[in-house]
Write a protein that binds this ligand. Structure first.
Ligand code: 3PY
Ligand code: MG
Length: 256
C-alpha cells in the first residue's frame, strides 16, 4: 500500500515550508476544517490546549480526512504519551521544555524503534493513517515520523548543539513566549521582541548547520515570512480559539 498523502518528514527534509494550524479546542471536526481551509498541517495541543487522548485519537483521523499532516504537542515530560500518539497516527510530536541532552534522549527514545530508541511495538492505527502495511510501518517509521524538541529557555540554548546531536531528534521547535519569559528572568512576555527574534535566528542557524529541521510558533502572520527567512520551515500560525472569536466578533458587528 502506498501512503495516502505526501509525507511530512520528507517535505520538511526537502526544505519545503509548511504552515501548521494550532488546534486547542478538543473538537475533531474543527481540526478537519483547518485542512479543508488549506492548511498543510494541523497541530493538536495537549500542553496548553484542551486536547486529551480521546480528542487526539479522533482528531488525528479528522486531520487525515481534511487532507492535512498530523502533528501533536505533548505535555511537559510525557514521553510515554509521545509513543502513544505515534501509535494513534501522529506524523510528528512536539515536546515542550527540552532543556538538556538528557531530556532530548528520553524523548527520542520514546519516539524511535530500536536500535535508535526504545519505542514499544503496536502501531496498527498509525500504520492505517499513514497508508502503510504494518511491516512497512516498521521499516519506515523511524525516518518518517518526526521528534521535534522545543527550545524555550536559556538552558536549552546553552545545550542546543548537544540536543541537536541526539540521534532520533529530527529537529527543534521554538516557543517564543516561553523563550522571552525565560530570557528575561520572568520579567516580560515579548515573543516578537528583538532579543527573542535574535535568539530564534541563532537557533535556526544552528539547527540547519546540524542538518535538522527548524520549527517555530508564530503569533503574527508577518512572523511566518520572517521565520522562513531565518531558515525555519515548520511555522505554526492560526489558533482555533482566536480565529473563531475573531470571526464571531465580526459577525456580531456585521449583524448589529
Ligand atoms: C511558546 O511560545 O512558549 C509556545 O510554547 C508556543 O505554543
Ligand atoms: Mg511554550
Amino acid at each position: 500500500m502506498t501512503p495516502a498523502q505526501p509525507i511530512l518528514a520528507s517535505r520538511l527534509k526537502a526544505d519545503e515550508a509548511i504552515v501548521t494550524a494550532w488546534s486547542t479546542l478538543a473538537v475533531p471536526i474543527l481540526a478537519e476544517l483547518f485542512g479543508r481551509a488549506g492548511y498543510a498541517a494541523v497541530t493538536l495541543d495537549m500542553q496548553h490546549g484542551l486536547h486529551d487522548l480521546a480528542s487526539v485519537r479522533e482528531g488525528v483521523a479528522s486531520i487525515a480526512l481534511g487532507g492535512a499532516h498530523r502533528i501533536v504537542r505533548i505535555p511537559v515530560g510525557e514521553t510515554a504519551t509521545a509513543s502513544r500518539l505515534l501509535d494513534m497516527g501522529a506524523e510528528a510530536v512536539i515536546a515542550p521544555m527540552i532543556n538538556s541532552a538528557a531530556d532530548a534522549r528520553a524523548f527520542a527514545e520514546a519516539m524511535k524503534y530500536p536500535p535508535l530508541g526504545a519505542r514499544s511495538w503496536g502501531p496498527q492505527r498509525g500504520a492505517q493513517l499513514a497508508g502503510l502495511s504494518v511491516p512497512d510501518y516498521l521499516v519506515r517509521a523511524n525516518d518518517e515520523t518526526l521528534a521535534l524538541a522545543m527550545i524555550e529557555t536559556p538552558a536549552a540554548i546553552a545545550a542546543l548543539d548537544e540536543i541537536l546531536a541526539v540521534p532520533g531528534i529530527d529537529g527543534v521547535f521554538v516557543g517564543p513566549s516561553d523563550l522571552s519569559l525565560t530570557l528575561s528572568g520572568g520579567a516580560k512576555l515579548d515573543p516578537g521582541g528583538e532579543k527573542t527574534l535574535a535568539a530564534a535566528a541563532e537557533i535556526a542557524t544552528r539547527a540547519r548547520a546540524a542538518g535538522k529541521i527548524a520549527g517555530i510558533f508564530c503569533l503574527e502572520p508577518e512572523t511566518v515570512g520572517k521565520a522562513k527567512a531565518m531558515g525555519y520551515r515548520l511555522m505554526a500560525y492560526g489558533g482555533d480559539m482566536s480565529l473563531f472569536l475573531g470571526a464571531a466578533q465580526q459577525a456580531v458587528k456585521a449583524a448589529g
